[in-house]
Design a protein around this ligand. Structure first.
Ligand SMILES: Nc1nc2c(c(CN[C@H]3C=C[C@H](O)[C@@H]3O)cn2[C@@H]2O[C@H](COP(=O)(O)O)[C@@H](O)[C@H]2O)c(=O)[nH]1
Length: 278
């Protein structure tokens, strides 16, 4: 599916176009996220990223997107500051969730989403963050241990592959939201890779880095390969920028740039994916 020489050519072209540095996109450029500079924001982000999947289910409903989730949770929190307390989270049912998110219609699979929220949640997300010495690495490791819904790994041709999209987004969201301070202070953010969803591979395809036949997107194995190739290509892109200019760009910044291109390009062709992992 991916030819290394072509990937290399595609990456060289992109790096040349952006003049060895990536366009800086501000976190929450859309203005959709809750922020109060304290532990409630951490709780909000953990709940958000626990549910940050399976918008692919709304394949028949183009009006619903990630933004409905971010805004719905924000509105719920503005209405009641205790809405994400652990004892409340324990009680929600799937059908309660969609009413609570003020969505125009019921969401499929919400019972599964709520089950994942309950997970091993023993209360306070900010304490989880405070307990991590190397926050980025630990914040990917801990949720994947504590919450089965974050365990975005699979076996591929006899090898276990770890992608951990949503756990990594949680760490990156903390950093972005708190602007690198307090709960968002990370000394190891460089350890995080790009977040392998179904939008950024399509952006890299549009930019000429990845080439694939869109009919492949229906096959589970091909989807996994695509997500893995995305991570590979972005690591190569960072490497090339480093070699050419000595600049150390972060995958989280590359992600935000590429993701923002994807969500702001209505003509971008990507298949939404039915998965609780991404
Ligand atoms: N690679 C990558 N994928 C991301 C995000 C985010 C959230 N980023 C926010 C955080 C701060 C920023 O300002 C952004 O607002 C969501 N997604 C994924 O996209 C898909 C949305 O599909 P649709 O249902 O069509 O809206 C879905 O799989 C969702 O999990 C990201 O950052 N990177």
């Amino acid at each position: 599916m991916v030819k290394e020489k072509r990937v290399k050519e595609g990456i060289e072209k992109v790096v040349e176009t952006i003049n060895d540095s990536i366009p800086i996109i501000e976190w929450d450029f859309e203005g959709t996220h809750y922020f109060d500079n304290g532990p409630v924001t951490v709780q909000y982000l953990l709940v958000l990223d626990a549910l940050n999947f399976c918008f692919g289910l709304f394949i028949l409903d183009k009006d619903l997107s990630y933004y409905h989730l971010a805004l719905g949770l924000k509105a719920a929190l503005q209405n009641d500051k205790s809405v994400f307390d652990a004892d409340c989270l324990q009680k929600y049912t799937g059908s309660e969730l969609w009413k609570w998110l003020i969505l125009p219609r019921p969401l499929p699979l919400t019972d599964e989403q709520v089950r994942l929220l309950r997970g091993n949640f023993d209360g306070i997300a900010s304490k989880l963050v405070e307990s991590c010495a190397n926050p980025a690495v630990m914040l990917v490791a801990l949720p994947t241990c504590l919450f089965p819904g974050f365990c975005d790994h699979t076996v591929y041709k006899g090898h276990q592959i770890f992608l951990y999209k949503r756990a990594q987004i949680f760490a990156s969201d903390l950093r972005g939201s708190f602007k690198g301070k307090g709960y968002g202070e990370f000394n190891d953010i460089g350890a995080i890779t790009i977040f392998a969803d179904y939008i950024v591979p399509a952006v890299l395809r549009q930019l000429g880095v990845l080439r694939y036949n869109s009919s492949l997107a229906g096959i589970i194995e091909a989807k996994l390969e695509l997500r893995a190739c995305l991570i590979y290509a972005v690591e190569k892109m960072r490497e090339l920028i480093w070699k050419k200019s000595g600049k150390q760009v972060l995958s989280v910044d590359l992600d935000l740039w590429l993701w923002s291109i994807g969500v702001e390009c209505p003509s971008l062709q990507h298949r939404r994916t039915l998965s609780t992992y991404y």
